[in-house]
Ligand binder design. Structure first.
Ligand code: G1P
Length: 293
């Protein structure tokens, strides 16, 4: 793909301050982002997706009871020594793959749950004046080429702002940010309107935003107005809508299976899909699944 010299996307924001009430009591003490999908926690899946896309700085917007998320990406000398003494070299490799090198992980806090827009605003100083990605760990996309890599390839063509999109059944529009589109070509749609969680009857389309964004820093000006929207929360979608007409804004129909791991069913579906493709246990998982028929 041609790179038209748009400013590169080097930083990614991971909003991880949410309470995870849909997984209580499992998430009473443990952050929902630490729930495992196959052999690694949700947050590691999305950090790996960002790493593969060339992201250099990882910014967690955390909150109370979320320290475990930072710890997970730390160097753990005692664990590595124990594994080495036991000759478990393959396990050492796996543990090392979960580390983030010095100077790459940054954390900021969202003191109150005021909405996704507010969570992203909390990272404003760490982003500064450059385009950046946002990854919502609840949304997993299973594909050889990660969703964020696909998006950065598209960004290198079009610049501006970009969201990952997929069609949802009309009766589910009230769970998502929904697009009003004017052009739809080769998997890239140009956006003329954005509305957060519309009733099915009012939704301008059924094309919904999945938790991957590439945004220009001007978004922070609009987020800083702290205007409340759907659900009485400060919505990222509302601030994005203010950029329409001023900057290019596209949606990418990404490739891959999407799982909403913030729902129990989506979480189970993701566990099945990721364990089925695991070379160590995939065949046994298939046999197990077949035995339930
Ligand atoms: C958020 C966004 C919404 C988007 C969704 C994707 O909603 O506000 O626009 O479609 O993520 O997962 P939430 O799921 O936090 O309610």
């Amino acid at each position: 793909m041609t790179n038209k010299n748009f400013k590169p996307v080097r930083k990614a924001v991971f909003p991880v301050a949410g309470l995870g009430t849909r997984f209580l009591p499992a998430t009473k003490e443990m952050p929902k982002e630490m729930l495992p999908i196959n052999d690694r926690p949700l947050i590691q899946h999305v950090v790996e997706e960002a790493k593969a896309a060339g992201i250099e700085e990882f910014i967690f917007v955390t909150g109370r009871h979320k320290n475990m998320l930072e710890e997970h990406f730390d160097f753990q000398p005692e664990l590595e020594q124990t594994l080495e003494a036991r000759g478990k070299y393959d396990m050492i490799e796996k543990v090392r793959a979960s580390e983030l090198p010095a100077g790459k992980l940054f954390c900021t806090r969202q003191p109150k749950p005021l909405g996704l827009g507010h969570a992203v605003w909390c990272a404003a100083k760490l982003i500064g004046d450059e385009p950046f990605a946002i990854i919502l760990p609840d949304d997993l996309v299973n594909h050889e080429e990660g969703c964020l890599t696909q998006m950065i390839n598209t960004y290198n063509e079009h610049g501006g702002n970009l969201v990952a999109v997929k069609d949802v059944p009309r009766d589910q529009t009230s769970k998502y940010g929904i697009l009003d589109i004017e052009d739809d070509k080769d998997g890239v749609v140009s956006i003329k309107g954005l509305v957060e969680k519309p009733d099915p009857a009012d939704a301008p389309s059924t094309l919904s935003i999945i938790g991957r964004y590439i945004l220009q820093p001007e978004i922070f000006t609009h987020l800083a107005a702290f205007e409340k929207g759907a659900g009485n929360e400060i919505q990222l979608t509302d601030a994005m809508a203010k950029l329409l007409g001023k900057q290019p804004f596209h949606g990418l129909r990404f490739e891959g299976d999407h799982f909403d791991c913030g729902s129990r069913l989506g979480f189970i579906a993701a566990n099945l899909a990721y364990s089925l493709k695991d070379p160590e246990i995939g065949a046994d998982v298939k046999t197990l699944m077949d035995s339930y028929k």
